[in-house]
Write a protein that binds this ligand. Structure first.
Ligand SMILES: Cc1ncc(COP(=O)(O)O)c(C=O)c1O
Length: 349
């Protein structure tokens, strides 16, 4: 059986061009700054994001963690959206390794933070009862908020408040290129109102490993030390960087295809009785839906789908589909038929 895997865009495999680039990469010891392929990728990432410097890290999680560690002191507080990956899915690294407390604020439907709520969450300075607020973390696209996109204005509104309070802004831009493609806005513009950011090579861009942490030169110097401390200094990391360069050179524009297949899914889901889905929320390659509880339970439905060869992710009471390079219109149509069948099957049992 051919499995249609819609759990995440992290399941994408490297392209043939990436495999060739990996085989032919010029290498050196990156811990000493001597891997030319890593240096090339870091320069490319800095140029693309309009930041002074960039650092190759092993994962988005490591990039965000180092972003927090290098921007904060122990005992500080960071403001984070309640749907943020940093809060839900990064093993409480900020608390465990940085001694940093998380202050949650609400995410709006598509992920943006409300500037006045952020403003109210900032601790007054000089009161010994309060931890200093040192960082606001944004996420674009916002995975758990329907893969929603933050506009330049959404980010700037938070940046203005941060600046008034001498607080830094870190962006979890794991899927920032999806946002850039959706908004038809260069990434550099989208991240202009952030101090530091992480983006991932290993999601829709299809590289096998790696993320980039970007910021000013001093920040990246600090980040390099944190990376070493966390065991993330990698030697001939050009093997990884080579695929990353191909990802940045040739895989960004094709993310549009993933948005088109997500819309096809959304149309199809909306037409299946028993599926609860709001098509107006679909902006990028992530979409959510529910099963009408009078038909059956979500876990039974997801189990049934899996048996029929369609893998989806159930996330905090909702079902998430993520489109990616291995999902063409054909897979969408088969998956939609399978979803309708699985619903019937749980309803009659
Ligand atoms: C929004 C977001 N941030 C960060 C990450 C972490 O990336 P990684 O899996 O490379 O640690 C993910 C992973 O799915 C993500 O969706």
């Amino acid at each position: 059986m051919n499995v249609i895997d819609l759990r995440s865009d992290t399941v994408t495999l490297p392209t043939d061009e990436m495999r060739k680039a990996i085989a032919n990469a010029t290498l050196g010891d990156d811990v000493s700054g001597e891997d030319p392929t890593v240096n090339k990728l870091e320069k490319k990432a800095a140029d693309l994001t309009g930041k002074e410097a960039a650092l190759l890290v092993s994962s988005g999680t490591q990039g965000n963690l180092i972003g927090i560690l290098a921007n904060c002191q122990r005992g500080d507080e960071i403001i984070v959206g309640e749907n943020a990956h940093i809060f839900w899915n990064e093993s409480a690294g900020a608390a465990a390794l940085g001694g940093v407390q998380t202050h949650l604020v609400r995410n709006q439907l598509q992920g943006a933070l409300n500037p006045s709520e952020v403003s109210s969450a900032i601790r007054p300075k000089g009161n010994p009862h309060f931890p200093p607020t040192s960082l606001i973390c944004l996420e674009n696209t916002q995975n758990m908020s329907n893969g929603g996109v933050l506009t330049v204005d959404d980010t700037k509104a938070i940046w203005d408040i941060a600046n008034q309070n001498q607080i830094k802004v870190h962006l979890d831009g794991a899927r920032i290129f999806n946002a850039a493609v959706y908004l038809e806005t260069p990434v550099k513009e989208l991240v202009k109102y952030t101090d530091t950011l992480t983006f991932c090579l290993s999601k829709g861009l299809s590289a096998p490993v790696g993320s980039l942490l970007c910021g000013d030169g001093d920040f990246i110097t600090k980040a390099r030390r944190w990376r070493k401390m966390l065991g993330g200094g990698m030697r001939q990391a050009g093997i990884i960087a080579a695929a990353g360069i191909v990802a940045l050179d040739s895989m960004i524009e094709r993310l549009r295809d993933d948005h088109t297949t997500a819309l096809r899914f959304s149309d199809g889901l909306s037409a299946i009785p028993g599926i609860i889905h709001d098509p107006s929320t679909v902006q990028t390659n992530i979409l959510f839906f529910d099963v009408d509880p009078t038909i059956g339970t979500m876990s039974k439905f997801v189990g049934e789908l899996e048996k029929m060869g369609v893998r989806v992710h159930s996330v905090y009471g909702r079902i998430r589909l993520v489109t990616h390079r291995h999902i063409t219109q054909k897979e969408v149509d088969i998956a939609l038929e399978t979803i309708a069948k699985a619903l019937k099957s749980i309803a009659y049992n």
